[in-house]
Structures are given as structure tokens and as C-alpha cells.
Design a protein around this ligand. Structure first.
Ligand code: ASP
Ligand code: MG
Length: 404
């Protein structure tokens, strides 16, 4: 008998029929002799609807405490309806808000981090033979206010509960059948992966693979919670995200991702002396601008160019911060480009195989695609290219590594 955490995303509980189908699946999982803890997202796109409502009553940024109170209501609807559907099938179930489930967070409204979980009420419910149904994406702060964990945060709730309860697996049910070698809407030949390592999944989530929220993958990796990403429409086995197994032959490249959410800023003609980068990036950090890739090159005349990427939503702030330092740092100009895309290839096997980078560069060269920035980790290569060509480039790179 296993303890299984089953997380159902917004589309999985999008309407009454979907909620009944989910209840049915939970009942079936129990009949197979397992204990189940369910975690739900808000129905369909209802979190977006709530955000729009907030914008309609408040022309400035709404008070974050009230935003959290509002947004957590979406998950309350789906959790209580799921319990009703389970009752209808004769399955004893009880709903729990994040706070009732013992999820304690810091005080950062709208992007709180989980500090601790005290799952006694959930454990007691399981011991009584019930299915606890927990509202995803929320907790209670150390100041005893209601908080949310950031968009997509139900994944984090599920993984954190899996860790706290010592679950055997955390199943993430969604509207796709698993994790693919590339976004199938862009690359029609993309294949579902039977398994992928935490490290690879982490790189995918960080570079535009939208299946799992990044923080949930980091959490699963550090707490050793196996994940199984699968579809609530077909219920077929999906992709296992597990610890890398040394005995397993690693695919050299497992997946290709793309991300068009970033923009590039270049600060040109910067004097080449110690402390300049420290000054610039401290100022960006103080404005809470999240810098991703950074490239610096020194020219012969003692000046350097520093290019970096930031989320497009932060572009204006980043340019403003850089401009404000022009006199102090003595650089020539700040330029920016918001129509860039980042193309990445990911694979645990590239650690031990030479030539992986050359294949990517040759493929891009054969398409006449210019590489604007490059960054790598031991299992990832990323290139920044023009957004207009990224989808063609993805298809070509996917084929070049034989992933189709
Ligand atoms: N309902 C929240 C959102 O849309 C949390 C989640 O679905 O994971 O972001
Ligand atoms: Mg989600």
C-alpha cells in the first residue's frame, strides 16, 4: 500500500464533469489499496478572472494582503466541490485550506515561501480512512495572514506535502500526457519522455518548459520526492521525474526548450576596472530586477560591453537603473532588445560527450541564425537568438539530435 499525493491542475478540475472524473480516479486509486491526498488548483482560468476583477476595482497595485485573500478563494471552490463529488461516490473526504493543512509560510504576500508544514490534521484524516483534499497555492504566514505561493504554486503545495507526509510518489495531473522532448505545438515530432532526471527537469523548468513550476522541481529534488507527470484526460502513465540512476545509459540530449519571456540589455563602453559590474548588478538587485544570462567582453581600448537578460516585464526598470548610473560609471550607452528568444538543449549525458555544443552551433549556422549570447551548465547549452527565427531553429535542433 502506498501513500500517493495527487495534484490536479486548473484544466483537470475545469468544470463539474472534470471534477466528477477526478473523484472517480481518486476512488479507483483507493480501491487499488492506496491512501490518497489530493491537492487542487482553482477551476480553469478562474485565478486569471480574479486578477482581472482586482484590476477593475483598483487602479494602482492592489494591497498584496488582500490580493492573497482574493486569490485563495479559487482553490476553496474546487476543493469543496471535489469533496462533494467524492461523497457522492461514498468516499469519505474533507477539504483543508492551506492554513488548515498546516502550511506555514513567510510574510511575502503573493510569492510566499513555505517555511514549515505541520501536517497533523492531514495525517489524522488519512488514519481515519479519509481523503484530505487540500487547496493548492496557499498557506498561512508567521503573522497569521493568508498567503499565496506565486502563480503555478499548487505544484509546490503538492510536492511539499509529499515530502512532509513521506509520500511514495507525487502525481501531477495536467492536460498533457507528460514531459516532451520539445513543446509539441512548435515541434510536431516531439516525443513523450518515459523518465527524466530532477536535474534535467530543473533545467527545463528554468528555460521555458512550462509543465512544472520551477520551485516545485527544486523542492522535489532536495526532498527526494519522485514525481509522475501525467494526464487527467487519458489517465495513461506519463513521465517520471526521478533521481539520476548511475547505471542508466543517459541520453546525450533529452529535450529542447525555448523561452520568449526575456529581453536583452546592453551597457556599452564601460570602463574596464574592478567594481563596475558589482555596482550595476547591485543597483538592479535593489530594484528587484531578476537578471538571468550575463555576457561581458573586453575590447582592446580598455572598455567592455556588458549584456544581460531580464524578464520583459522588468525591461523598463532595468534600462532606467542602468541609465541612472551612466555618469557615475562612465559608460557610453544603454541599448535594449525585447524581441529575443532563448533556445536551450538539455541532457544529463552531455557531461561525458564532446561535440554536443558544436552540433547546436552548426545547426544554427546552417539556418543562418545569428547567436547573440551563449550560456552553459554541465547539462545545458542556451543560445539567445532573434525571436522571429526561434521556432524554426527549435525544429532543426530537435532533429539534429535525433529526438524526433
Ligand atoms: N491557481 C493558481 C494559478 O493559477 C495556482 C495553480 O494553479 O497552481 O496560478
Ligand atoms: Mg500549473
Amino acid at each position: 500500500m502506498a501513500l500517493i499525493v495527487q495534484k490536479f491542475g486548473g484544466t483537470s478540475v475545469g468544470d463539474a464533469d472534470r471534477i466528477r472524473a477526478v473523484a472517480d480516479h481518486i476512488a479507483r486509486t483507493r480501491r487499488q489499496g492506496n491512501d490518497v491526498v489530493a491537492v487542487v488548483s482553482a477551476m480553469g482560468k478562474s485565478t486569471d478572472d480574479l486578477l482581472r476583477l482586482a484590476g477593475a476595482v483598483c487602479s494602482t497595485t492592489p494591497p498584496p494582503r488582500e490580493m492573497d485573500m482574493l486569490l485563495t478563494s479559487g482553490e476553496r471552490i474546487s476543493m469543496s466541490l471535489l469533496c462533494m463529488a467524492l461523497a457522492d461516490l461514498g468516499v469519505p473526504a474533507a477539504s483543508f485550506t492551506g492554513s488548515q493543512a498546516g502550511i506555514i509560510t513567510d510574510n511575502e504576500h503573493t510569492r510566499a515561501k513555505i517555511l514549515e508544514i505541520r501536517p497533523d490534521r492531514l495525517s489524522a484524516a488519512i488514519a481515519e480512512g479519509m481523503v484530505p483534499v487540500v487547496a493548492g497555492f496557499q498557506g498561512m504566514s508567521t503573522d497569521r495572514d493568508i498567503t499565496t505561493l506565486g502563480r503555478g504554486g499548487s505544484d509546490v503545495t503538492a510536492v511539499a506535502l509529499g515530502a512532509a507526509l513521506g509520500a511514495d510518489v507525487c502525481e501531477i495531473y495536467t492536460d498533457v500526457t507528460g514531459v516532451f522532448s520539445a513543446d509539441p505545438r512548435v515541434v510536431p515530432t516531439a516525443k513523450r519522455l518515459a523518465h527524466i532526471s530532477f536535474d534535467e527537469m530543473n533545467e527545463m523548468a528554468a528555460t521555458g518548459g512550462r509543465v512544472l513550476m520551477l520551485r516545485s522541481v527544486e523542492f522535489a529534488r532536495s526532498h527526494h520526492v519522485p514525481l509522475h507527470v501525467r494526464s487527467s484526460f487519458t489517465w495513461e502513465p506519463g513521465t517520471w521525474v526521478v533521481e539520476e540512476d548511475e547505471s542508466m545509459e543517459q541520453a546525450i540530449v533529452s529535450a529542447v526548450t525555448h523561452d520568449t519571456s526575456e529581453a536583452k540589455v546592453t551597457v556599452a563602453g564601460v570602463p574596464d576596472r574592478p567594481g563596475i559590474a558589482a555596482h550595476l548588478f547591485r543597483a538592479l538587485a535593489d530594484r528587484a530586477v531578476n537578471v538571468d544570462m550575463i555576457v561581458q567582453n573586453t575590447s582592446a581600448n580598455g572598455t567592455t560591453d556588458i549584456s544581460f537578460t531580464v524578464p520583459r516585464v522588468d525591461l523598463a526598470a532595468a534600462v532606467e537603473v542602468a541609465e541612472s548610473l551612466r555618469a557615475e560609471l562612465g559608460f557610453v550607452e544603454v541599448t535594449s532588445d525585447s524581441s529575443i528568444a532563448r533556445l536551450s538543449v538539455i541532457g544529463a549525458g552531455m557531461k561525458s560527450h564532446p561535440g554536443v555544443t558544436a552540433t547546436m552551433f552548426e545547426t544554427l549556422a546552417s539556418l543562418g541564425v545569428n547567436i547573440e549570447m551563449i550560456s552553459t551548465s554541465s547539462i545545458r547549452i542556451s543560445c539567445v537568438v532573434d525571436e522571429a527565427v526561434v521556432e524554426d531553429a527549435m525544429r532543426a535542433v530537435h532533429a539534429a539530435y535525433g529526438l524526433g
